[in-house]
Ligand binder design. Structure first.
Ligand code: NAI
Length: 461
């Protein structure tokens, strides 16, 4: 249906298309899937709801899914991450999309609802952070008369409840019917995957789920090397601050923390780490970073949360920070920093997604993207090349769920290693890497076959 979209300005489509053309040259994994499956159209009949940052890279993903035969409707999974020219180019291609950079929370949940509105209903979800999955499951619980509170993002609770109530009134029974028609979900990120395993543990997962995040070619690349490029990009575009010589604290040293610390260190900052896990704390130490308690490092210049956990930087921390300390989050949700506790302080908006907030003492902090992920709020997220690896996993996961869904139980799965290796292999040529071929003797000696997989399941990379 023409005009089935909400974007900032459809006239941005021309600019979007030019950037998309460049991105395609950096996304060899997706482009080779188009070549491999463009004729056979394995996703024919699939009606995919996408809830993932509406960026230029995502536009290449969307057009790949469509080229493989799918019908797609899209919303962003974050209020600040949309690139309006990327949304415009998708809308101009007659693919329904509902995303505007800076949309309100009410609009966010309304747009997510709209992304489900296929005339025949959706049958697959492609999720980032789990909001699309959450929406259907909470709604179905509400229809069954069950309590749907607390939801994970507590500050959004009222908005989510209101949106669910609206849909229940408009289309009674819709959530249950939709949940029962969904054949599976593929989930992009650590936080969303965490929710899926919780559902599985509690016997509440109503369809199979593929954990894309834990493909090696996703979390060990996107979360790490992606943040290595996009964290400092976000801080610079927001503040133009000189990072060399400054002290930066990175909270968390998982995959995103490792990339974030490398990003800041690469810019010349002196980086300190906080960690709760002794293994990651030891890794940080051996990588040359001082591992500290946040309370002991409040005289730093920059603070970045990367934990996927809540209440990491609290109000009492922000009150102790030096004047003009920069505070930002690169984890999925905004509850890593206690932004709600700042609401009754004096806010001065500097520009979009950059605010100066005055503490009772008179000292100020610069808060990026209101505590939402700053690499997508203040910059344009990860570069295309690394997103190609992530999204190639996403497309393979969708093909798997659509063509072999019956082989799966209602559990969380990781793509098999041969597909993980395939994703990596598709990206070698672009970086000029040449792969050594194992002789049959060598392969036998290390217990693999010359065609792979090259590592046992327990190998950790
Ligand atoms: P991870 O689980 O590998 O790392 C998180 C680390 O934080 C763990 O090592 C954990 O021990 C540590 N941690 C937990 N609570 C802590 C506390 N109170 N203090 C200090 N450390 C603590 O997770 P990963 O993959 O690094 O993802 C982190 C977050 O980033 C997730 O929300 C994920 O969804 C998100 N993400 C964001 C991306 C972006 O582009 N902005 C890209 C990929 C993931």
């Amino acid at each position: 249906m023409a005009g089935d979209y909400i974007v900032k300005d459809i006239a941005l489509a021309e600019f979007g298309r030019k950037e998309l053309d460049i991105a395609e040259t950096e996304m060899p994994g997706l482009m080779s899937l188009r070549k491999e499956y463009g004729d056979s159209k394995p996703l024919k009949g699939a009606r995919i709801v996408g809830s993932l940052h509406m960026t230029i890279q995502t536009a290449v993903l969307i057009e790949t899914l469509v080229e493989l035969g799918a019908d797609v409707r899209w919303a962003s999974c974050n209020v600040f991450s949309t690139q309006d020219h990327a949304a415009a180019v998708i809308a101009a291609a007659d693919i329904p999309v509902f995303a505007i950079k800076g949309q309100s929370l009410e609009e966010h949940w309304d747009y997510l609802d709209r992304s489900f509105m296929f005339p025949e209903g959706p049958n697959l979800i492609l999720d980032d952070g789990g909001d699309a999955t959450l929406y259907v499951l909470l709604g179905a619980r509400a229809e069954a008369g069950e309590d749907i509170i607390p939801v994970p993002q507590s500050e959004e609770e009222e908005v989510i409840k209101a949106q669910i109530a609206k849909r229940m009134k408009l289309s009674p029974g819709w959530f249950t019917k939709t949940r029962d028609a969904i054949l599976g979900v593929s989930e992009e990120t650590t936080t969303g995957v965490h929710r899926l395993y919780e559902l599985q543990k509690n016997g509440q997962l109503p369809f199979p789920a593929i954990n894309v995040n834990d493909s090696v070619t996703k979390s060990k690349f996107d979360n790490k090397y992606g943040c290595k490029e996009s964290l400092v990009d976000g801080i610079r575009r927001a503040t133009d601050t000189m990072l060399a010589g400054k002290v930066a604290v990175v909270c968390g040293y998982g995959d995103v923390g490792k990339g974030s610390a490398a990003s800041l260190a690469g810019a010349g900052a002196r980086v300190k780490i906080t960690e709760a896990d002794p293994i990651c704390a030891l890794q940080a130490s051996m990588d040359g970073f001082e591992v500290v308690l946040l309370e002991e490092a409040l005289d730093a210049d920059v603070f970045i949360t990367t934990t996927g956990n809540k209440d990491i930087i609290r109000i009492e921390h922000m009150r102790e920070m030096k004047d003009m300390a920069i505070v930002g989050n690169i984890g999925h949700f905004d509850n890593e920093i206690q932004v709600a506790a700042l609401k009754n302080h004096k806010w001065t908006n500097i520009k979009e997604q950059v605010d100066m907030i005055e503490m009772p003492s008179g000292s100020r902090i610069i808060l990026l993207s209101e505590g939402r992920l700053l690499n997508l709020g203040n910059a344009t997220g990860h570069p295309s090349f690394v997103m190609s690896a992530s999204f190639t996993n996403q497309v393979l996961a969708q093909i798997e769920l659509w063509t072999k869904g019956d082989d799966y139980n209602n559990d969380v799965y990781i793509l098999p290693k041969h597909l993980d290796e395939k994703v990596a292999a598709l990206h070698l040529e672009r970086v000029g890497a040449k792969l050594t071929k194992l002789t049959p003797e060598q392969a036998a000696y290390i217990g693999v076959t010359p065609e792979g997989p090259y590592k046992p399941e327990h190998y950790r990379y």
